[in-house]
Design a protein. Structure first.
Length: 279
């Protein structure tokens, strides 16, 4: 049996996997191996890889051709484990079983995410429109072994960190910016949210964090410097873009900021884009 699935969401990730044409994964679909690892990671139970690979269809198409199915399974399991940890953390925090998490009393919490051991990102009900969102985050200070208060990231904070990363690896950061611009142009990827149901669907960790962690893989080996990990920047940018388009469907601020960064405009222009208070 040959795999007929497109697996379009993970093609870039598959291209990064090592090649392998031996063992039980020979000629098997690496994309299907990734998805099997992902399903097991969400359950928190890892199976014997060889047993899993025996059940997979063959795969000769696109970037899954001759890729290591063992590595694909492990990568799927790794990404899903991060998402499951975030979901479990959110349940504990919102059920009041987790010490040290205090939410702003005057704000309605919509969704909570945890990125590793250093960042907690929360999305609250905004006031600009019915489906508006406010994103805040907490950062763990290893020096003082304590968490910061919930802070609201501004475009300028995001921009400064991207500028720092550009100084160390302009090529990979430009790829990151181009990918964000491509996302912005798609109203399916960056939608104008029209209901609470659409907003809840967008914020689901199983959907949003899956995108974040898969996207982050293509930049993870480049040792990008700066304050924030690339997964944090991806998550924040995705929420801010959807927030902007939801509040005003013809908005263009974030797009203009991305373009000025990609084109390496002068600092004054970039900062002006990042601090503009219009639409």
């Amino acid at each position: 049996m040959i795999c007929k699935e497109e697996h379009s969401e993970i093609q870039t990730l598959l291209a990064m996997l090592p090649k392998s044409q031996g063992g039980p994964g020979r000629h098997k679909c690496a994309a299907c191996a990734f998805e099997e690892g992902y399903k097991d990671g969400m359950k928190g139970v890892k199976r014997d890889v060889d047993t899993v690979l025996e059940t997979l269809p063959e795969g000769q198409a696109k970037n899954q051709r001759h890729k290591s199915c063992e590595s694909a399974y492990e990568k799927g399991f790794e990404i899903a484990t991060k998402i499951k940890a975030s979901i479990d953390f959110s349940k504990s925090a919102t059920d009041g079983r987790l010490q040290g998490i205090t939410f702003p009393s005057n704000m309605e919490l919509l969704q909570l995410y945890r990125l590793g051991d250093e960042y907690v990102v929360a999305v609250f009900q905004g006031k600009i429109s019915e489906n508006d969102m406010i994103v805040k985050f907490r950062q763990y200070d290893k020096t003082n072994s304590s968490w910061s208060r919930f802070r609201q990231p501004k475009h300028i904070h995001w921009t400064v960190d991207v500028l720092i990363k550009q100084e160390y690896n302009r090529t990979i950061v430009n790829t990151f910016l181009v990918n964000l611009l491509n996302d912005w142009e798609s109203r399916t990827i960056i939608p104008h949210l029209r209901s609470a149901e659409e907003r809840n669907e967008f914020l689901k960790p199983e959907k949003l964090l899956r995108y974040v962690f898969i996207e982050a893989e293509q930049y993870s080996d480049n040792k990008l410097r700066g304050e924030y990990p690339i997964s944090f920047l991806i998550l924040i940018s995705r929420i801010l873009m959807v927030q902007e388009r939801t509040n005003r469907e013809d908005a263009y601020m974030f797009k203009g900021l991305l373009e000025s960064l990609k084109e390496h405009k002068d600092l004054y222009t970039v900062i002006s884009k990042a601090t503009f208070n219009g639409r």
